[in-house]
Design a protein around this ligand. Structure first.
Ligand code: HSE
Length: 265
């Protein structure tokens, strides 16, 4: 072990940006702070109202992920002193668990002198979370296009246009991803798949070129939003009306229930 204590700040993320179901993510300026240190006996301290219900023993995700880093790097498995404060609400489609995983991977890796590469951390994060667009956004920041071929995750980072701003409406209820996922069909019509490939391609090209006017045409989805709308009161109204009030594009954030609008500053 090279260091005694490491502190990291890790961003929340949105996934499924518009038509980019399971692929397009973006880091948000909503953060979790995490401190991990070597200790005589493991202690987990959780601060803030966003941590309600999170276990504070060795079943804690941060603790388990940190140990997996030591194991992968063939380092001893020490007792840990963990402190976490988060402004990222749980189960709202804002990548709280991806942020916790990424924060823990990065902090634990720093404790052992950065033995694992960033790509190894990304692969580990994806193996744990299975949402490459969330973990890539929290790890690399900015906008990300990510994919996974079943064994390896890949990601390209896009620098967001500096005029882009994000507004989120965070409902006051939780929607577990498994529940929002279970409502999706196993198979979709070819036309819907083509619709999303086309719109996602145009959205990525527009974001790369800073073509903000194109976002409103590209930010449409046929793969998950129509199925999830009944779970989120008001969602259809917001998707329909937000562009009339100046949004460049509007989408469900991750599996919801948060709704996200891109606007120009
Ligand atoms: N892409 C996942 C889903 C959620 O929509 O089920 C990731 O946050």
């Amino acid at each position: 072990m090279n260091k005694r204590k490491v502190r990291v700040k890790v961003p929340a993320s949105t996934a499924n940006l518009g038509p980019g179901f399971d692929t397009l993510g973006m880091a948000l300026n909503l953060y979790a702070w995490l401190e991990i240190g070597i200790a005589e006996k493991t202690v987990v301290r959780l601060y803030g109202d966003k941590m309600a219900g999170v276990p504070a023993d060795k079943t804690n995700l941060i603790y388990r992920v940190a140990q997996s880093v030591f194991e992968r790097a063939n380092e001893p498995h020490p007792e840990l002193e963990i402190s976490m404060y988060s402004d990222i609400p749980l189960a709202r489609g804002l990548g709280s668990s991806a942020a916790a995983i990424v924060g823990s991977l990065v902090a634990a890796n720093e404790l052992i002198g950065g033995k694992l590469s960033t790509d190894e951390l990304f692969q580990m994060a994806n193996d744990l979370e299975h949402h490459p667009d969330n973990v890539a956004a929290s790890l690399f920041g900015g906008l990300v296009a990510a994919c996974c071929d079943g064994s390896r995750a890949s990601c390209v980072r896009i620098e967001p246009d500096e005029r882009l701003e994000v507004l989120v409406a965070i409902p006051d209820f939780q929607l577990p991803t498994e529940k929002a996922r279970s409502i999706l069909p196993e198979r979709v019509p070819l036309g819907d798949a083509v619709f999303n490939v086309a719109h996602s391609s145009v959205l990525v090209a527009a974001l790369c070129q800073g073509n903000l006017a194109m976002i409103r045409h590209a930010m449409k989805d046929a793969l998950h939003q129509p199925y999830r709308a009944p779970l989120i009161p008001g969602m259809e109204t917001i998707l329909r009306e937000a562009p009339r009030y100046g949004a460049l594009g509007v989408a469900l954030s991750g599996a919801g229930p948060t709704l996200l609008a891109l606007v120009a500053a």
